[in-house]
Design a protein around this ligand. Sequence first.
Ligand code: HEM
Length: 458
Amino acid sequence: QRPHLPPGPPSLPLLGSVVWLTNSVAEIEPLLQRLFQRHGPIVALRMGARLSVFVADRHLAHTALVERGAALADRPQLVSSSSRRRAPGCAACSPTSSGRRRRPTCRRMWWRRSNTPCSASWCSCASASALDEPAVSAIAVAEREALVYRSRNMPVFAFLTAVTKHLLRARLDTVRVLRRRVTELILPLIDARRRYKINRRGGAGSEPRKQEETTFEHSYVDTLPSGDGSERPLTDDEIVLLCAEFLDGGTDTTSTALQWIMAELVKNPTMQEKLYTEITAITTDDKEEVYEEDVHKMPYLKAVILEGLRKHPPAHFVLPHKAAEDMEIGGYLIPKGTTVNFMVAEMSLDEREWENPTEFSPERFLPGGDGEGVDVTGTKEIRMMPFGVGRRICPGLGVAMLHLEYFVANMVRDFEWMEVPGHEVDFTEKNEFTVVMKKPLLPRLVPRMTTQISTNTH
Ligand code: HEM
């Protein structure tokens, strides 16, 4: 017997599910919570003619995304190019992210590099969003300094750091100018790679391309599966997009996570003190900053970051996936082409899985806690999935974890973060591209090394 579609509210032609008569798409999360209570952990909604399925159960998510990951490795085509960039989830949801069953060579190459701890450091993440947010401008300053430090210490990545800085500087400029700049900076890289490949094959014609030839018509060695099952080379335009994605990906998610974590530390001074004690035990006074090597020796710091990502995942859904063929999830039929969404926040706040899930308790990730040994990649099992899991897992996971550890450690080492009367920490959420603090964090920073109290309310 052919399985049924997942349960959900009835539908009307053109409109889709009747719930859209009384609910707005912006309020979809509370609506889904009610539907999960009524129908169970997998529900179907129609938005116009499009069928969307939402999965809130971690076991079903593991089966669908890890065990049978290939069938859900595509992204649905979104309505317009502007909405494509604005899909909920990570900023890196760019045109290059959609419609791929496997990442092209170029992207795999970049991401693999970025996920080794040392080379990851050059990548600027929190800065672009942080610059917009007065409440976390201290973070932007810290990160800019870190960038300078990185470029001094890692010459191999200095070029790419420069590209990042150009991206930031050009923030107020038009997208066209920015794209042009990135193109000019990245095309020599593409040329270098092409020459390398040609030379390796012993071929001729390895001359660098002249400036006036920098059009998007040329295509190169990295390939992409085309619709008919064959491979076609990536165009320059696509390579530039991939590189730009690598440079600005994850800016919003990382800075959102950073702000939630600092807010929790402001609200919980005992935890902040415990973290400070751990940091100072590892770093001596003469050290200018907490270095990347140091953060790996700080289990409580790691626990604070994980607890921040569990309680306040910046993306409450992963980016939408598309069923490449008819498939089954939890005994229900998911027809080919269906958009499938996974509920990140539901899983990490599930009362059946976590003790007092709404409480901020980094200790749960230490030995003996209910989160001990959690693997955020979800390879064996999913407990929480702030970065997604499976084939489309966030490729910036390593960069993001490193940046969060690095910045939290340095900011707590240099300042005591305190609540300001009248500006108490408010954990109310607001849906933007990520789920941000409705009332941004407004703490008082007291420098640790001097007695002078800062009146600066970042
Ligand atoms: C705390 C920080 C971050 C969080 C919570 C986060 C979360 C996510 C999530 C949930 C997804 C969707 C996974 C899925 O659809 O299954 C994603 C995708 C992605 N993220 Fe992140 N991310 C973060 C940082 C970063 C960083 C730093 C970068 C780049 C430097 C990045 C680049 C990407 C890209 C390119 C994708 C799309 C992957 C694809 O479609 O194959 N992210 N991220």
